[in-house]
Design a protein around this ligand. Structure first.
Ligand code: SAH
Ligand code: SF4
Length: 406
């Protein structure tokens, strides 16, 4: 899900746990409570919640700051461990509030060190999170929705029928769950943030279209960036969108993270089929928003994701057309060899084709990394995410029809 690193060696920053095929199953239970979950609340909302349970208004801001640090800096889940709060106040918190993160159902570790977690959230829904260790960083691929309404024809997630937006708690909770598993909460006396980070980058490239769940994604990413907590720089967070144009402007203004866009085609005719949202906002409208993005967000290059589909979008003409379209936009082109899934209506372009395409992009002066599929043995690669438990799926016929092959 991130750029390929030139060497596929064991990463320096990789977790110390054995890198083997490892499936663990945890008991499933998500009981409903009427307690207020403090996870995922913005700072002002946390303060309000504390007032609601009886905290004096004058003290609420300070208490919110203290609790914030316990939750996001130290990873504490038990109010009783919050030693700078009075005992009876801790008891009040425990009675009225909770610190709830998604529950890990299974964890798989790929031969290449990629970890995939299946987590369970309220309502019994399940989403996947993928952790990808690389030489110089560790990237967490986070989901923003259960399923996706957008039905891109090459994407497994798009074949899932059921869709629900994740709450901000469920989104930032994925980061917290991964930090738990990586053992990355600082122990007493250790530096925070840690000097070498196992989880150093977040990409919103899991299940779902993040810009169809804008507020929750924004609030969760604000928490991830908060310097008194998980403290990741906005330059280490990349949001990938299929092209929800109005929300691209908002992303620039209200989040300011790095942007990746699922481009995938160089004519509206082809993009209408591959990324159907193109029928609403076509290539021209998308490019206009992308041109403005770096300035408005003060960010660097935009990543153009381009999935390589045999005989669909992978010709030399496509590469040349792509170069023409993005002229003037600071960009990096991330070529993604298509990851197959059962019933997929496409095939991966040949290696030669991918390299020929990459050469044209490279010769035009753009960086053109070919994304090395990670975690394929555990179906953790891009576009393969789809929880098995969400059984309802579209028929092969319907998928083919949407792809114009029926
Ligand atoms: N909904 C967002 C983010 C999630 S998808 C988006 O579409 O951008 C993350 C990336 O994986 C996107 O670029 C998506 O187009 C790509 N992808 C989806 N299915 C894929 C597949 N089967 N093979 C390779 N890449 C895929
Ligand atoms: Fe949704 Fe992205 Fe998959 Fe398209 S590629 S169906 S937008 S998750």
């Amino acid at each position: 899900m991130t750029d390929s690193s030139p060497k596929g060696d064991a990463p320096k920053s990789a977790p110390t746990a054995p890198v083997t095929q490892d499936v663990r199953t945890f008991p499933r239970k998500v009981e409903a409570t009427d307690k207020i979950n403090l996870v995922g609340l913005t700072r002002p909302a946390l303060r309000e919640a504390l007032i609601e349970i009886g905290t004096k208004e004058k003290q609420a801001k300070m208490r919110a700051g203290q609790i914030w640090q316990w939750i996001y800096q130290k990873g504490v889940r038990d109010f009783d461990l919050m030693s700078n709060l009075a005992k009876d106040y801790r008891a009040l918190l425990a009675e009225k509030c909770e610190i709830r993160v998604p529950e890990v159902v299974t964890k798989q570790v790929s031969e290449d060190g990629t970890r995939k977690y299946l987590v369970r959230i309220a309502g019994g829904h399940e989403v996947e999170i993928v952790y990808i260790p690389e030489t110089d960083r560790g990237t967490l691929c986070v989901s923003s929705q259960v399923g996706c309404t957008l039905t891109c024809t090459f994407c497994h997630t798009g074949t899932q029928k059921l869709v629900r937006n994740l709450t901000a708690a469920e989104i930032i909770g994925q980061v917290m769950v991964a930090r738990d598993d990586l053992g990355e909460w600082p122990k007493l006396g250790e530096a925070n943030p840690p000097k070498v980070r196992l989880l150093s980058n977040i990409v919103l490239m899991g299940m779902g279209e993040p810009l169809y769940n804008f507020e929750n994604v924004r609030d969760a990413m604000k928490i991830a960036m908060d310097p008194e907590g998980i403290s990741l720089s906005r330059r280490r967070i990349t949001l990938s969108t299929s092209g929800v144009v109005p929300e691209i402007w908002r992303t620039a203004e209200e989040i300011g993270c790095q942007l990746a866009v699922s481009f995938h085609a160089t004519t509206d005719e082809v993009r209408d089929v591959l990324v159907p949202i193109n029928k609403r906002w076509n290539i021209e409208a998308l490019l206009e928003a992308l041109r403005a993005y770096p300035k408005v967000s003060n960010s660097e290059r935009i990543t153009f994701e381009y999935v390589m589909l045999k005989d669909v979008n992978d010709s030399d003409e496509d590469a040349h057309r792509l170069m023409k379209l993005i002229e003037g936009i600071p960009a990096k082109i991330n070529l993604i060899p298509f990851n197959e899934w059962p019933g997929a209506p496409y095939q991966r372009s040949s290696n030669n084709r991918i390299h020929a395409f990459a050469d044209i992009v490279h010769n035009a002066g753009y960086s053109s990394p070919i994304r090395r599929p990670r975690g394929e043995d555990i179906m953790a690669a891009c576009g393969q995410l789809k929880s098995e438990t969400e059984r309802a799926r579209k028929s092969k016929k319907q998928i083919e029809k949407e792809a114009g092959l029926g």
